[in-house]
Design a protein around this ligand. Structure first.
Ligand code: T1G
Length: 707
């Protein structure tokens, strides 16, 4: 069955000498077993009918074919395999033409490359994005693409995972003809008849072979690409397999190379990276499926106000402007408005400097921007997002103004990263219109948007927030109200585990190295130096009054901040940044502070391996993630995964902390936590949900499906 539960099929219809085979499996004709069988049946039907001289392959709906059916991976394979289908198409004794529109990706493009001729409508987007799922094109793509477009462009297409437009595809030889008629079927049929009229040859892609000079040039290109890829794809498994398979295609017979491609593909299928990357693919799509967003119609969303023109306010304004929404920015005085506008323009000037935007385009965008010092300018907007100073009283004052001037039904959103949104909602006359929209800095770049749902908000306001996220091309995650919502609440806990490791004997440099080795772009102490240690310092001071006196508190960060060493912005933090360089060097004075703090705390330092560091770091993250799900702050474990994949740099090929926990085994994670609890029972309290799942022999993913 297809994703939309209508039976998948390949319909065939004879039009003169052409048998049209229409793949129909909504929404994107992913090549499930029904379509694979239907394709072979269509080829056999064409061969059995003497009146048929050509076969035309087209996709129903909005796409040609979006690729193999990703939902089938990890299950027992059902014949025929996609390579068999492609070989059968290529071997067809009648001319086969593929007419592509919309997306022609992965196995979909491989089907088209196995055809004898290819037409693309101008809206077609072609690609071989398998590496983004931890795979390689496994149905002949690593052999046919180089034969059609040359090794360099083919490898670039496969390693980048990008979608190529129809015009470029024709220019590089992937496509023979561009279609301008009103449908792929009409254009494809006309093209097929034209080919028949011309007596076009069968032109099998596998028969296109390079001369020896071209082959040795290609092998040299591959060697260079291999060296670059080994460096760039840091730890990823499948990119180098792409290159190995392309090389086989140059050095071996087509059939031998095809056999090797299949072996390499199956190695990728078995790799944990495929499991992680495919989990990430589906998590990004499942997070938007929340009850409120499905139960209610979103409110009108045609104009937005932003209160606050600082870095966050400006970033949010850019994000809205980029979604073609007119924005009215409010600040307290003309100078602040000018600063807010300048912060917005700075983003676009940066794009112009990089040649990614024209000044005319910037002018068009800025025409949608207006600034005012009077809240009355917000009287008619559909939604307002405040991004003012993180202080509850300041925010309540803003909301009082919004309550006074905004039209009935306007959605009133706060960008707060930890304040109590229920308290903000309770401070005005319309709590049902109040919601949290927690953007991550830089707001116009980071994809994560935590949609924080207060107790009294109405469902259509939640639906409006999800609709806004879709317009902004963000990944929205529904979060409940608590200190830090999902991401920052969990961050605070595993950051504490890192501080304990540091005081117990691991240096911040060893911890950062272990976290980078795990796949993060940088470790927690590098992050602190980048964001500014003063931010965490302010949070610790804010929490000091309510901190559990029995809880272990590491003071190393305070000692560093007391010296004004806040990180990159002050030239030193945990690291030294000589002459403002961004790559930090270990600081012996920091090590001395750490030694002194260990002595003060009466700790005899011990060494930690990278594995020991990561087991603690991840156990803390996973355990708090389980608490966040158990307490309903996150709807499902996949919401925690999406939060960390899109807001905290978690390595995508590991699928997110909860997916990673499932791959490690929850019993292993729980055993680790129980071991660590012997040292510090207060910090290491196993999450009741984690204990329940282990007792029941279940994993976190079982809760994702339960929704
Ligand atoms: N398999 C199964 N389901 C798929 C799918 C696929 N290939 N592609 C999309 N869907 C579902 C998706 O989960 C969602 O489901 C719905 O379709 C709409 O998708 C052998 C092994 C095509 C650009 O990597 O990039 O071929 O949420 O929300 O934003 O070499 O989907 O409605 O239930 O993303 O318009 C290679 C993956 C596979 C392409 C459309 N192909 N898909 O984006 O809609 S591996 C890919 C996409 C392969 C062979 C190898 C995008 C899209 P639901 P959507 P969209």
């Amino acid at each position: 069955m297809s994703a939309s539960n209508t039976p998948a099929s390949v319909r065939t219809e004879l039009r003169g000498p052409v048998l049209i085979a229409t793949l129909d499996s909504p929404p994107v004709n992913a090549l499930n077993v029904e379509l694979r069988r239907g394709l072979i049946a269509a080829i056999e039907k064409a061969e059995a009918d003497a009146s048929v001289q050509a076969v035309l392959l087209v996709g129903a709906g909005r796409a040609f074919i979006a690729g193999a059916d990703i939902r089938e991976f990890g299950q027992s394979p059902q014949p025929p395999s996609l390579p068999e289908v492609c070989n059968r198409i290529e071997a067809c004794s009648k001319l086969v033409v593929a007419a592509m529109h919309g997306h022609a990706l992965g196995g979909g493009l491989e089907v088209a490359m196995a055809a004898h001729y290819r037409l693309a409508m101008r809206d077609a987007k072609l690609g071989l994005p398998e590496v983004q799922l931890g795979l390689i094109p496994g149905a002949g793509g690593t052999l046919r693409a180089p034969r059609l477009m040359g090794v360099g462009p083919a490898v670039d297409l496969m390693l980048s995972g990008r979608h190529m437009g129809a015009v470029e595809a024709q220019a590089c030889g992937l496509v023979d003809r561009l279609g301008d008629d009103d449908s792929a079927e009409v254009a494809g049929l006309a093209y097929a008849l034209e080919l028949l009229q011309q007596g076009a040859s069968m032109r099998r892609t596998r028969d296109a072979s390079a001369t020896s000079a071209e082959r040795s040039e290609s092998l040299a290109t591959l060697a260079k690409l291999e060296a670059e890829t080994a460096k760039k794809s840091r730890g990823l498994f499948s990119p180098l397999k792409v290159i190995e398979s392309v090389r086989n295609g140059l050095e071996l017979s087509f059939d031998e190379a095809l056999k090797r491609e299949r072996q390499l593909f199956l190695q990728c299928i078995d790799s944990p990276q495929r499991a992680g990357l495919i989990h990430a693919f589906f998590a990004e799509r499942e997070v938007v499926k929340v009850p409120e967003a499905r139960a209610a119609q979103p409110r009108r969303l045609a104009s937005v106000g932003v209160v606050g023109g600082g870095i966050m306010g400006a970033g949010i304004a850019v994000s809205l402007l980029d979604a073609c929404l007119p924005v009215t920015m409010i600040e307290r005085d003309e100078a602040s408005i000018a600063r807010g506008r300048a912060n917005v323009e700075k983003v676009y000037d940066g794009l112009i400097a990089k040649g990614r935007m024209t000044s005319e385009a910037k002018a068009a965008v800025m025409a949608r921007f207006s600034g005012s010092i009077s809240y009355d300018a917000l009287a008619q907007v559909d939604l307002v997002i405040e991004a003012v100073f993180e202080d509850l009283d300041v925010k309540k004052a803003v909301f009082a103004e919004l309550d006074r001037v905004c039209k009935p039904g306007a959605v009133l959103a706060t960008n707060t990263s930890y304040l109590d949104i229920d308290a903000i909602a309770a401070s005005i006359s319309r709590p049902q219109d109040v919601i949290g929209l927690h953007f991550f800095s830089p707001a116009h770049i980071m994809k994560l948007l935590e949609i924080v749902v207060p107790a009294k908000v109405s469902a259509d306001v939640v639906a409006t927030a999800f609709n806004l996220a879709n317009k902004l091309k963000k990944v929205p995650v529904r979060a409940g109200v608590c200190d830090g919502f999902i991401g920052n609440r969990i961050l605070a806990v595993y950051r504490q585990a890192a501080d304990y490791l540091m005081e117990d004997g691991a240096s911040p440099y060893e911890i950062d190295a272990a976290v980078r080795e795990f796949g993060y772009p940088m470790g927690p102490f590098q992050m602190s130096d980048l964001a500014g240690g003063d931010i965490g310092w302010a949070t610790r001071k804010r929490r000091a009054a309510t901190r559990n006196p029995k809880a272990r508190y590491v003071q190393i960060a305070d000692r560093i901040c007391e010296r004004g060493w806040f990180g990159q912005k002050t030239g030193r933090g945990y690291y030294l940044y000589p002459q403002g360089s961004r790559t930090g060097q270990p600081d012996p004075e920091v090590q001395a502070i750490i030694d002194a703090e260990r002595e003060r705390a009466g700790i005899t330092p011990r060494s930690f391996t990278a594995d020991e560091i990561m087991r603690r770091y991840m156990a803390a993250m996973i355990n708090e993630g389980a608490n966040v799900v158990d307490q309903g702050i996150a709807l499902r474990p996949l919401d925690v995964d999406a939060t960390f994949l899109y807001g905290y740099g978690f390595p995508r090929y590991r699928g997110g902390p909860m997916k990673y926990a499932d791959m490690v085994g929850l019993d292993q994670v729980l055993a680790d936590i129980r071991t660590f609890a012997k040292e510090d029972p207060l910090f290491w309290q196993p999450s009741p949900l984690l204990e329940r799942l282990v007792d029941e022999g279940k994993n976190f993913d079982s809760l994702n499906r339960a929704q």
